[in-house]
Design a protein around this ligand. Structure first.
Ligand code: MN
Ligand code: MN
Length: 456
């Protein structure tokens, strides 16, 4: 019997067959990720996959029965996948998995367009926690939707196909950056300077007002292609995200660099788990929106919508929804910071998670004296540990960085507010919130195994 705890490395113990499973799973994830850069994109992808897996649209007024598979897309941005089991939900509760599908990015301002010194720009307002300097001098793609007068929705995605143009935010050349380089990192690039170049070709015409000729030409292009005028941008949700696809990292392709691992690296395994599990429990998988700005609004996890879904299930079986919630269990599936030897002082090595060492279980997150966190009970930690151990899940535990270095929260606190036992289980990430983040294929596979064990 091992008296000492030792963290295990998934790859060290993986044989050829296991390694193949891990790499195959990662290939599916990369395809999902490339099609799901924003919460809107992820919702479209999820709906398509749900339909392929036999899920049907959900209605708040329907009577669900065992065996039913439903999907509910809340306002294009927030997904609920529901699989009704044979167990009595008033006693057994619901197995809930929640991951978020919004990621840090640059949203367009309501009046984004202007011309300056012969170039046309879009002004942006950053969404979520970013290091602003990381978003200059990289290729950007534009994703989102514009609603025209009369209500017609126009979807826009430019910069992802090989032949597409991309967009670009400039930085100052090092030759002239002595003053900029002396500033603290957080001040070197200001939010108001994150303006993306979107055009440079002036309109030429005899009667044309020469002022803002590039902006006029860009508006002409937008009008021809999408039927929109400048004022329509006030009724849009458009954002710049890093252009390009997820890429394998390392000679051995053990890792993946991509935009938006936080938190699609957890959304994909929980979705796959609800598709693949054969369970007597009722299971829900949620793709949440607005996590990066506090889980606010009617598509964020602070809203009542999840409770409404649970109530609908309870009402279907004429049982008390309070009992259903009280007996439910939740995995808040979100990423955590993996130990990074280049920035060792930000971590406490005995209590951090390591890349390649499996699903990351965080009893609590938060900041300072555990402020703003769910703190999973010893009993629930014990329950989840048994489930993972019984099913051979590789898992580890750790905190998000050293004490008083910073911190962060997840949706766990909002789920547990409903009376539901909740614990954070996710994937360790390097360079979290950077335009390209880094994860291990072993860890996303371990989270999939963890979600399968939780649903079982
Ligand atoms: Mn996250
Ligand atoms: Mn985040």
């Amino acid at each position: 019997m091992d008296l000492k705890y030792k963290r295990k490395n998934v790859y060290e113990e993986a044989d050829g067959k296991k390694l193949e499973e891990i790499y195959d799973f990662a290939a599916g994830y990369k395809t999902f990720l490339d099609n799901s850069k924003t919460e809107r994109d992820a919702s479209v992808t999820a709906q398509k996959l749900a339909e392929e897996n036999g899920f049907k649209p959900f209605s708040f007024s329907e009577k669900l029965k065992a065996g039913d598979k439903r999907y509910f897309i809340n306002r294009h941005k927030n997904v609920f996948l529901i699989k009704v089991g044979t167990e009595d939900v008033s006693k057994d509760g619901i197995r809930i998995m929640v991951a978020h599908v919004d990621s840090p990015r640059l949203d367009l301002k309501p009046n984004p367009m202007y011309e300056e010194s012969g170039l046309c720009y879009f002004k942006t307002h950053y969404y979520g926690g970013i290091k602003k300097y990381q978003w200059t001098a990289i290729p950007l793609a534009l994703h989102g939707v514009v609603v025209l007068r009369g209500g017609k929705r126009v979807e826009i995605c430019v910069g992802e196909d090989e032949g597409d143009p991309v967009f670009y935010i400039t930085d100052l050349l090092p030759h002239l950056a002595a003053e900029q380089s002396a500033k603290p990192l957080s001040k070197a690039i200001e939010g108001e300077s994150l303006n993306a170049v979107v055009g440079g070709l002036p309109e030429v015409g005899e009667d044309e007002d020469k002022k803002d000729a590039v902006k006029s030409a860009v508006l002409n292009l937008l009008n021809k292609k999408y039927g929109l005028t400048e004022v329509d941008l006030q009724c849009s949700e458009l954002c710049f995200v890093p252009a390009g696809k997820a890429r394998d990292v390392g000679f051995d392709s053990a890792l993946i660099a991509a935009y938006g691992h936080d938190d699609k690296v957890c959304a994909y395994p929980e979705m796959k788990a609800i598709f693949d599990c054969d369970s007597a429990h009722t299971v829900i998988a949620v793709f949440a929106d607005k996590e990066e700005i506090g889980s606010v609004g009617n598509t964020g996890m602070q809203s009542k919508v999840i409770s409404d879904v649970i109530d609908t299930i309870a009402n279907s079986f004429k049982v008390n929804p309070i009992e259903v919630r009280y007996n439910s269990k939740c995995i808040s599936a979100d990423v955590t910071a993996a130990y990074d030897p280049a920035y060792a002082s930000a971590f406490e090595k005995r209590n951090t998670t390591f890349i390649n060492c499996g699903a990351a279980v965080s009893k609590y997150t938060g900041a300072r004296g555990k402020s703003s966190t769910n703190d999973a009970s010893a009993e629930f930690m014990g329950w989840i540990r048994d489930i993972f151990e019984d099913n051979g899940v590789y898992w580890q535990t750790g905190e998000l960085g050293a004490i008083d270095i910073g911190g962060g929260g997840t949706v766990a606190q909002f789920i547990s507010n409903l009376g539901i036992d909740t614990v954070d289980v996710g994937v360790p990430v390097l360079s979290m919130h950077a335009p390209y983040e880094l994860i291990s294929k072993a860890d996303i596979y371990a989270l999939y195994q963890a979600c399968l064990a939780f649903c079982k």
